[in-house]
Each structure stands twice: as structure tokens, then as C-alpha cells.
Design a protein around this ligand. Structure first.
Ligand code: GAR
Length: 196
């Protein structure tokens, strides 16, 4: 099976959805490493609770960004990672990781890219922007990671209606449900392709 590393910063609900999918008998991937820049993240705690190796790598552990990037490559290689998923990882992936894993880093973003992506667009800010624009449709996108935020090729998306009276919170909750379906689907498909 394809060995996946998941990078998280926060609650880690997408990590949970991905992990649940990986436990099904015919799953073509397994999560072998969870990395976080946030030692207190729910995602890291979840991984530890489920016997998945974890790693805390941040500006605190590695003040030099180049050294942090190199450490990530070293760890990813040591765990024989073939596919990286950033799921609520609020940091840019460094140039060494990008070069080593070109075309094999996926990110999930809570809007229909290319709308409402880019620097500063994460979490509630995305849903506020969707509501401010008066969009009637939103939903998550999964895309390949490049050196620009939210810019790589879009691999999949799922449409979710924007409802009258939505707040950033109600919209975020509806989009998150779709994220938990979309991300495992895309990672499953890509893992099957990598094995062919
Ligand atoms: C998700 O909604 C994800 O799409 C978003 O952060 C949340 C993480 O939730 N990512 C971004 O906004 C990236 N620009 P989780 O920790 O529960 O998976």
C-alpha cells in the first residue's frame, strides 16, 4: 500500500476521515506518519492515540527555515513516504520537500478554487469571503501543492450549496462534511494510480 504522511496544524478532522478510510480492507494507502508544526494540535494527539508515528517540527524546533525543510525531507525519506497530504497545515511546504515530492503533495482547501484561495485565505476567512461575494455554491477543493498558496492543479472538488442565513460557521460545518468525503476519495484514487 502507498505510504502517506499527513501534515496538520489544528483539530485534524480531515486526518481522522483519512485514517478511517485507510483502515478499510481494500484501501490502497496507509498513514505512516503525522507531522505538525503545533505540538498541541488535536491531529497530533489523535495520531498518538492511534499508534501512528508523530513528529513535531516547527519554527521553535528548527528556527532556520532551510534546516526545517531539510529535516522534513529526511524524516519523510526515513519513513519511505510516497504521498504527502496537507490537511489544515497552516505553513508553506519548503522548496526541498516540494522538489523531492513534486506531483505527490495534496492539499485540501475549503472553497471551490481558484475562488477564495491564496495567502491569508484559510479557515473562517474563506467562508466569510464566500458569503461576502454572494456565491450560491461553495465546497472543498483538493489540489497539488506548489510554491504558491492554493495554486497547483485541481485534482477534485465537491459542490456544497450556500444557504440563506448562512454564517461563516454554518457554511464551514457544511463544507467540512464534504471535505471528509472528498479527501479520502482523492487520496484513494491517486494511491491506486501510483500503484499502477
Ligand atoms: C479544513 O477546513 C481545511 O480545508 C482548512 O482548514 C481546516 C482544517 O480542519 N484548510 C485551509 O483553510 C487551508 N487553506 P481539520 O484540522 O479539522 O482537518
Amino acid at each position: 500500500r502507498v505510504s502517506v504522511a499527513v501534515l496538520v496544524s489544528g483539530a485534524g478532522s480531515n486526518l481522522r476521515a483519512l485514517h478511517a478510510a485507510s483502515l478499510t480492507a481494500d484501501s490502497p494507502f496507509r498513514i505512516v506518519l503525522v507531522i505538525s508544526n503545533n505540538s498541541g494540535s488535536g491531529g497530533l494527539a489523535y495520531a498518538a492515540d492511534h499508534a501512528i508515528p508523530t513528529l513535531h517540527v516547527s519554527g521553535r524546533t528548527h528556527p532556520d527555515p532551510g534546516a526545517l525543510d531539510a529535516e522534513l525531507v529526511r524524516q519523510l525519506q526515513a519513513h519511505q513516504i510516497e504521498l504527502i497530504v496537507t490537511a489544515g497545515y497552516m505553513k508553506k511546504v519548503g522548496p526541498r520537500v516540494l522538489a523531492e515530492y513534486a506531483g505527490r503533495i495534496l492539499n485540501i482547501h475549503p472553497s471551490l478554487l481558484p475562488a477564495h484561495g491564496g495567502p491569508g485565505m484559510y479557515g473562517a476567512a474563506v467562508h466569510r469571503a464566500v458569503l461576502a461575494a454572494g456565491d450560491r455554491l461553495s465546497g472543498p477543493s483538493v489540489h497539488l501543492v506548489t510554491d504558491e498558496y492554493d495554486e497547483g492543479e485541481i485534482i477534485g472538488h465537491q459542490e456544497v450549496p450556500v444557504l440563506d442565513g448562512d454564517t461563516p460557521e454554518t457554511l464551514a460545518a457544511r463544507v467540512l462534511v464534504a471535505e471528509h468525503e472528498l479527501l479520502p476519495m482523492v487520496v484513494t484514487e491517486l494511491s491506486r494510480r501510483l500503484r499502477r
